[in-house]
Design a protein around this ligand. Structure first.
Ligand code: MN
Length: 715
């Protein structure tokens, strides 16, 4: 365990202006707070925050970060409060500790997938201080180093998987390769110990067989470069088992085929020397085509710069070589931290306020915020497992995860079925948007509800989740069933009235057994949807009555108004799911109409003079009386069609359109056909309130000098 003075010395080593007293206070405070608590390893608990602080000194972090590391578990695991930390260590440190605590709580809450989502949310929410993430990374690294002390295998697996999927890629994204590789390897050890063991064993064999070739090759490369007048350092290194394993998996090759077990790093003084070294290597040993990459002229997103090449090197062995300056090397190992230290710190402004000028932190924030789209970010951090999902928020900040392509309706149903069922509109990021809008990552969605609302059948066409789809279907089925029930009740009453028979639920119950229905509502719904005829019900209840005949065209009652009791009410254009209009028939209020039972679908409404009705002439039992029942206080419009023959002269179409508008009607569709030189036919679809409205428009059109004839097409 790192001693107090050792920790302070390390920090002073790279930051002479560090607040020594603050670090000392935090060290002692953490020790006191954690008291006799123990780690799973049996070590005193306070060894953990101290080790975490030690890891962060490798990244040369500022005093606030080091102090935060020392205190990072005090709120969660000891009696410390924000107030106390603020008083003792200032608001900045207290805020950072609070951030780490929140991440820890997220970590502890739920199963794996949930955690990755929440983590991502937090990453975005907290990127205003990336030091929180750095402390969390170091915390995770130390926990991984001591993972084997945890008794529960399940818990070890969970932590290792999380490390592999979230923390290691995150470290990579931040350019901290050292930590990334160590995290990966520790996780690999837990997740796939057999593979790792096998790899290490084969590597040992390989190494023995080839002698100390790494050193020999490195020496030979160094000699060759110095011969060319370049001063350099050559580091030979074996790759970590996990990075080899990943390569083998990705390229589906065996260890024998893996050429890049050994990597070499050539460190030179400056950028021109990088290219000079490359030239010297390529003229000495043949390069492997397709493996050269110039990350100096085009650095990676995380700031990484180097030249990469692979050559058939000394001893005819393939060798991967990275050429870089010392500064590039430190950036590669320690991330943007090192980059910043070179750029702004040591040279010109060592006296400046360290904590305030950590510009690389801001750079990193910018990179996370703007440098990559969420998709790109997910890809880079190997969180592809979520790239087929979108993450949205309720106005209260609750995270809702949906499949890509999901709409606000899916969102509403994901929150609660009741919210989906009563959804009438939505605001996305504060703006009113259509319900079919596809949601994007990070959208805040507010659902507008009305208790009068029912799910619309049209929703089914664009929702993305099964939950929404089945809820919509369920609700439509229930609505339909209720409508069919109401309709069936009217139809049955009318049939019983016509036969001079009484009807009530008790009487109808007699038919339940014979007709195999579970209750009266079920029976009535079957009548409403046309699968059971009212005559059949009548016959079952009163078997002694003579059966009605199915024969020639029935005598439809003369005037719907007088017979309202027994007829089906048509309340509007969208009369619901049980009643619909025959296509292209355009019945209008004021016209006489009739319903035809369509088994399983309910009733289709026709104008009484529609020629199409002849089809049902022989099937009079399916005919149902129907009357309009339009609320005069809420006039509706109905579509209808006109055919106009007009003179082929300038402005005639304009006159017609203006007149229709003057009469308060809308044109919804219009098509023209030339009849001859003098006339043309216009088919106009318009919206009118009723037959009277239409008749007035037709008379007015007839009065135009440019109009020859106006008719409603025969239906
Ligand atoms: Mn911790």
């Amino acid at each position: 365990m790192l001693r107090q003075y050792e920790l302070v010395d390390r920090v002073l080593g790279y930051d002479p202006k560090a607040d020594e007293a603050l670090i000392n206070r935090a060290y002692v405070y953490a020790m006191k707070q954690h008291g006799s608590q123990k780690r799973a390893s049996g070590d005193p608990y306070f060894s953990h925050p101290i080790e975490v602080a030690g890891i962060l000194t490798d990244l040369k972090l500022d005093t606030a970060t080091i102090v935060t590391a020392l205190l990072h578990d005090t709120i969660e695991d000891t009696g410390s409060t924000m107030d106390e930390l603020t008083k003792l260590f200032g608001p900045q440190v207290a805020g950072l500790v609070d951030g780490v605590t929140k991440l820890t709580r997220i970590e502890l809450t739920s199963e794996r997938s949930k955690q990755a989502e929440n983590f991502r949310k937090f990453l975005l929410a907290m990127s205003n201080d990336i030091r929180v993430l750095l402390v969390k990374l170091a915390d995770r690294l130390h926990n991984m180093r001591t993972l084997h002390f945890i008794a529960s295998a399940e818990k070890r697996q969970r932590i290792a998987l999380e490390t592999m999927e979230i923390y290691a890629p995150l470290a990579g994204r931040m350019g901290i390769q050292e930590i990334r590789e160590e995290l990966e390897d520790l996780a690999f050890k837990e997740l796939n110990p057999e593979a790792r063991e096998a790899l290490i064993k084969r590597l040992n064999e390989f190494r023995e067989a080839s002698g100390d070739s790494v050193k020999k090759i490195a020496d030979e490369i160094k000699a060759k470069l110095e011969e060319g007048g370049l001063s350099c350092e050559v580091i030979g290194r074996e790759k970590r088992p996990y990075s080899m394993w990943r390569k083998m998996e990705r390229r589906a090759i065996s260890l024998e085929q893996l050429s890049d077990i050994f990597g070499f790093r050539v460190i030179v003084d400056d950028v021109p020397d990088c290219y000079r070294a490359l030239g010297a290597l390529h003229t000495t040993w043949p390069m492997v085509p397709g493996r050269f990459k110039d990350y100096i002229s085009t650095p990676k997103a995380n700031g990484y710069r180097s030249l990469h090449t692979t050559m058939i090197g000394p001893q005819k062995k393939r060798a991967e070589v990275q050429i870089r300056t010392l500064k590039m090397h430190e950036v590669a190992e320690y991330g943007i931290a090192a980059h910043w230290l070179y750029k702004e710190g040591n040279e010109e402004d060592a006296s400046g306020e360290f904590a305030g000028t950590f510009r690389w932190l801001r750079q990193l924030i910018e990179m996370l915020e703007h440098g990559a789209s969420p998709e790109e970010f997910l890809e880079h951090t190997k969180l592809q497992m979520f790239s087929d999902q979108v993450f949205c928020f309720t106005p209260n900040g609750l995270l809702i995860t949906l499949p890509r392509g999901a709409t606000p309706i899916d969102f509403a149903y994901a929150v609660h079925t009741e919210i989906g069922d009563t959804c009438v509109g939505c605001k996305i990021n504060g703006r009113h948007m259509p319900l079919r809008t596809r949601l994007e990552n990070g959208d805040e969605v507010e659902i507008i509800r009305s208790q009068a609302q029912r799910p619309s059948p049209a929703w089914e066409a664009f929702v993305a989740t099964g939950k929404a789809r089945s809820a919509i279907r369920r609700s439509i089925r229930a609505t339909k069933q209720a409508e069919f029930g109401r309709l069936g009740r009217q139809i049955v009453k009318s049939a019983f009235d016509a036969a001079g028979r009484e009807v009530s639920d008790t009487i109808l119950e007699r038919a339940l057994g014979p007709l195999r229905k579970s209750d009266v509502n079920d029976l009535l719904a079957s009548v409403g949807d046309g699968t059971v005829s009212p005559q059949h019900v009548l016959q079952t209840v009163y078997p002694e009555d003579p059966a009605p005949k199915n024969g020639r065209k029935r005598n439809i009652k003369s005037n719907g108004k007088d017979e309202r009791d027994g007829s089906v009410r048509v309340t509007g254009r969208a009369s619901g799911l049980a009643i619909r209009f025959a296509p292209d028939m355009y019945p209008l209020p004021g016209e006489r109409i009739v319903g035809i039972m369509m088994p399983g679908e309910g009733i289709t409404i026709y104008p009484i003079d529609a020629p199409a009705l002849e089809e049902f002439d022989g099937d009079t039992l399916r005919w149902i009386d129907a009357t309009w029942d339009i609320d005069p206080d809420h006039p509706q419009t109905f579509p209808t069609r006109l055919r106009v023959t007009a003179k082929n002269e300038v402005g005639s179409l304009g006159h017609i359109a203006t007149l229709i508008a003057d009469y308060g009607s809308n044109i919804s569709n219009l098509s023209l056909a030339q009849r001859d030189m003098d006339f043309y036919d216009i088919q106009i679809d318009i919206e009118v309130r009723d037959l009277k409205h239409l008749t007035r428009i037709m008379s007015a059109l007839n009065g135009l000098s440019c109009v020859n004839t106006v008719v409603r097409p025969r239906r």
